[in-house]
Design a protein around this ligand. Sequence first.
Ligand code: ATP
Length: 479
Amino acid sequence: MADLFETIISLSKRRGFIFQSSEIYGGLAAAYDYGPLGVELKRKVSDRWWKAMVYGHDNIEGVDASIFMHPMVWKASGHVDAFNDPMIDDRVSKKRYRADQLIEGHIARLEKKGEDDAAARVHAALVEALNADEAPKALYDLIVAEEIRSPDSGAFDWTEVRQFNLMFETQIGALADGENTIYLRPETAQGIFVNFHNVRETGRLQVPFGIAQIGKAFRNEIVARQFIFRMREFEQMEMQYFVKPGEQMEAYEAWSQKRLDWHVANGIRPSKLRWHQHEKLAHYADAAQDIQFEFPFGWNEIEGIHSRTDFDLSAHQEYAGKKMEYFDPQTQERYIPYVVETSAGLDRTILMLLCHAYREEEVGGDKRTVLKFNPELAPYTVAIFPLVKKEGMPEKAHAIEADLRGQFNVYYDEKGAVGRRYRRQDEIGTPFCITVDGQTMEDDTVTIRDRDTMAQDRIPAENIQHYIADRIEQWTPEA
Ligand code: ATP
């Protein structure tokens, strides 16, 4: 399974989806760049999210808040005091780990061995430790009691567990003194909370309503492995939905279902998705669950649905000294709204789509690698090939290409055997390949090949746009 993941990482690089950041300098850990195909996929996914959330609801508006915010924001939000992860070092290898993840790994191994009772017992102990007043000590004691060894060195020589704040600090302005210290935002949500009144008033919105945002967030993760799954700079797609206190659970259930449905509509098989309840609720939440996907390296979170109560708005009211209340014109009540948030990682969604789409198939004794993306998300929608580089075929193919460019992202290729050209497109997930051949020059028909079935239809060139649009609309993911 680990090999499969390596194969996907190497395909991503080889075909221009994702590169290591600053690669010519040896790379920077946990930072990645999207290449020509990756950026297409990312734009299509974020557009789809925006359409579903903002255009799809008459009571949701968007914002694009700045990454730098007043430092008091992070004091009020609790991030300065509580946005910590427990870290522990292996004295032998000098490698650093997240203490809770070491224990989760141990639980997963017990489950794999069929020792379900032991796994349940350790899981209960983990929940207790995470919620203990002295969580670092409780986690350390559990690691020692379970004799959990270092995954890399096999040693059992741990330092104590310490809390580590994940926020990046930087200085603003010319003077580098404490007064000027600000943070790179660790979540996009606060840019929404501080704009609560601005958006509500200008959008003439009434509770319940939502504010959506897509943007970068930064976390100085203790362990950042697994490619774009855990990065130090990443993108979130978040929506905060403001409701009347008491109505949050209804909104929480409804948004949980809607968000799961969105991933399924993107083509993810439901059997690859599951819910995971939080072991420890964040300092602001009264309910929280994650959507997990079965990655080649195991089940992991891609999106969280959190009921954040009135924690954030109340805290900003207190710290900023500005009223964050809402006046309900119907009932004449005044209250601080409760918030249900849907928080998806854009990069993790991309990684999920890549892992889900990746297939190796046997075709006539050969191996074919294919990315079976939802055609709406595929970086290129259509590729166009002249069968040979003569007899007017390239000119005809270019004419069709020019026609299609207004509507789709098109790839033109005239090099090499046509079979090889098909394989190259399969590998990057292009759902349709059009070939201009001798018959095209006689009757103006082309062949159009389906990525998934490899079947070819011959259709009039003038019907190509309709044909593709229909096929995209009819597409359903494989069972
Ligand atoms: P994890 O437990 O994996 O660290 P989290 O529970 O801290 O994640 P949230 O704070 O709920 O994550 O953030 C919402 C979403 O942002 C996550 O579901 C994930 O998709 C994304 N995300 C969070 N941290 C990272 C990261 N370091 N790299 C990439 N995406 C991330």
